[in-house]
Design a protein around this ligand. Structure first.
Ligand SMILES: [Zn+2]
Length: 342
């Protein structure tokens, strides 16, 4: 009997996992029929796709090369199937809307309206804005350190976290670049690149937060803090890329790292006498609220703005404030070091 219960529980769990993989939208028989039909004829209603013609004239897929879809299209997953899925989703959603139904997810994603083939235009534009904000912040930090603040005789800055903030700036810009690419067209490759760069950025931010909050200046101690975190990040990235691209697991890992990162800064902001600690407070509170927004999952407004896009919007002012804190910290660090030397 116990074994029977075990099997029952196992199959129930299996069903749950299956249910999570497939979405309501793509389980809909009307949608499925539409995709099947489209793959055969290359058309959905009036709309037809050129590259579907390669296999639509009755020739099998493994005919001569010139009758097949170009390989690079298939590799990019910009192929007949993905266009058919998109067009069928649009027409199905239109029908559902007329019947007064709410939007549903297709293949795990909400229905988005494409603009010039860009999948989530709002998220792409916001990612680009974030990228330029990061660049602006990093550039102003660079100018402050090397042109405005006094330098050591060997032309290096007095501030002890310069190198770490430079790496942070580069990782942030890299992450926003891949975010823009991923939101233009989400296929496995762009998703992996986006996730990997986001994990790297989050992990590095956590290391940096610990080093700055505990004022770790000694090289060996810094390595001791960084090594286990880098090992964890590497394992997680390898797991995502070469074993399983697990969205839920990645969400959890990122959320935990994000929360610890914010906590480190929050606690430090509470105890430090730093003159710009109020900026830290604002970033921590704003970042926390933004993270709450990210956990909300609602269908995109008019097919354009969803919670994730809003989250990308909130990070723009936070980035400005954040680099402003970093600049203040560089000034503060330099002046307190110079005072000590006198
Ligand atoms: Zn994003």
């Amino acid at each position: 009997m116990a074994r029977f219960h075990g099997i029952l529980l196992f199959s129930a769990l299996l069903c749950l996992v299956r249910a999570l993989e497939a979405s309501t939208g793509d389980a809909d028989p009307v949608y499925r029929a539409c995709v099947d039909q489209c793959e055969k004829t290359g058309c959905v209603g009036e709309k037809c796709f050129h590259h579907c013609k390669f296999s639509s004239d009755g020739k099998s897929i493994d005919g001569p090369w010139y009758l097949q879809e170009p390989l690079y299209l298939r590799w990019k997953q910009w192929d007949c199937l993905s266009d058919c899925r998109y067009q069928c989703m649009l027409s199905r959603e239109e029908e559902r809307e007329q019947l007064g139904h709410k939007p549903v997810k297709y293949h795990g994603k909400w229905p988005f309206q494409r603009v010039y083939g860009i999948q989530e235009p709002v998220a792409v534009a916001l990612s680009a804005l974030n990228l330029s904000m990061q660049f602006h912040g990093w550039l102003s930090f660079f100018i402050l350190l090397y042109y405005k603040l006094p330098l050591r005789p060997d032309k290096k800055s007095y501030y002890e976290y310069t190198g770490l903030w430079h790496i942070y700036g580069i990782l942030s810009m890299n992450c926003w670049f891949w975010s823009a690419v991923f939101h233009s067209r989400d296929v496995e490759l762009t998703e992996k690149l986006y996730y990997s760069s986001a994990v790297t950025l989050l992990g590095f931010s956590l290391i940096l937060a610990i080093l700055r909050a505990f004022d770790v200046r000694d090289e060996a101690a810094r390595v001791m803090v960084a090594a286990p975190l880098i090992a964890f990040m590497t394992t997680h990235i390898l797991y995502l890329n070469f074993y399983k691209l697990d969205h839920d697991l990645n969400m959890k890992v990122c959320a935990i790292m994000g929360v610890i990162h914010l906590l480190v800064w929050a606690i430090w902001a509470g105890v430090t006498r730093h003159p710009s600690r109020w900026k830290l407070w604002l970033v921590v509170v704003g970042g926390g609220l933004a993270m709450l927004l990210e956990t909300k999952d609602f269908p995109p407004y008019r097919g354009f703005v969803d919670a994730h896009a809003l989250w990308h919007a909130t990070t723009i002012p936070l980035t400005y404030l954040w680099w402003s804190f970093i600049r203040d910290d560089a000034e503060y660090g330099t002046s307190s070091l110079l005072k000590k030397m006198k």
